[in-house]
Design a protein around this ligand. Sequence first.
Ligand code: SF4
Ligand code: SF4
Length: 412
Amino acid sequence: MSDKIEAVKKLFTSKSSRVETNKGDTYYQDLFAKCEARLNEMRAQTPANRLDFSELLEENGIDRREFMKWASATTAMLMLPPMFTPLVADAAVMMNRAPVIWLELQDCAGNSEALLRADGPKIDEIVLDIISLEYHETLQAAAGFQAEKQLDEAMETFKGKYLLFVEGSIPMGMNGQYGTIGAAGETFHDHLMRCSENAAAIVAVGACATFGGIPAASPNPTGAVGVMNVVKNKPIINIPACPANPANMVGVILHYLLTGQIPELDSLLRPKFAFGYRIHDNCERRAHFDAGEYVEEWGDKGAQNNFCLYKMGCKGPMTFNNCSIVRYNEGINWPIGVGRGCIGCSEPDFWDKYAYERPMADAKIKAPTGGVEKTVDEFGLGMLTAVGIGIGIHAAASAVAGKREKSGESHE
Ligand code: SF4
Ligand code: SF4
């Protein structure tokens, strides 16, 4: 029995290791040369708007030093070596050469909210401010026929070059009649298909556009699905989470501007730079998990001491996202930081599978027969739910090891 416990303990305390962070000097030198050429090409293009990045920085009291610190952190987030920092800074300044068309389908507009944010813009938000947002169904002033004309013109002017951002799920029930747009009553499905036809790539933002999100939760009355279920002939980048983190939106656009390519993706089409790591591996409460120190009920001593939230239903061990590193609200905090367990919002079907306050170990799920816990690609989707059982065993193992306060007996 103790061998088994040790094996499980090892399994659930080992770091994820499938994200390749060092691809070798030759790879990076070639990529650097390609990025330089690409940026020279972009520099020669006329900006799609007159917003001046340097002026915006100055207006918001951000000096060059702070900007370069941001560029250096963003370079690391994109999993590029430090030599790329000046190129990332140049790409940020040229964000007004990246035409973006933004569709808003079946959702709560939380991703647009995240894009807008309410107070003092930081650099990520300034970068998003200057992107050439050619059309945004909720933010633009134009309405009705004027808005439709604006969309048609943007798609024609930037044919083959624009990034199509999609927020919200696509209702497929009743022939798509649950959601229509425009005077002609075009269904969300047809609207998406038409707008994606000449896009360079599609970026699905938020839980709804990626995997159907809350509209797709059981019993899914509208037959909601994500973009990748309906668009098949285009590169698609999924930036899930509820809401998607603006830093990851910036990362994807910057990567595209810098390299002319979409970033490396996992099997769920999520950029590995943002979704290659488990929450659990970068969680500030992880030491408490390893020591078998858990919050047992809201407001107890464990909660006051920031112990691990696994027993209160935290799904960090089966969730892949960088919010533990990048955080939300201008980097101030994130859900686990404020004492709330992760509900796996960047995973498919999160609302039905993960959004409740009980440990996965208590769920009626089949135990894995093997496999190791690494990235989602290696781990496999089925395992994501099944792994909870192992985590429960680890919780028990930690307790038995005498690291718990009293008897060392686990209540799992
Ligand atoms: S709070 Fe959640 S993510 Fe953090 S260590 Fe505990 S189980 Fe893992
Ligand atoms: S902690 Fe979990 S639920 Fe919260 S934002 Fe991050 S991935 Fe989503």
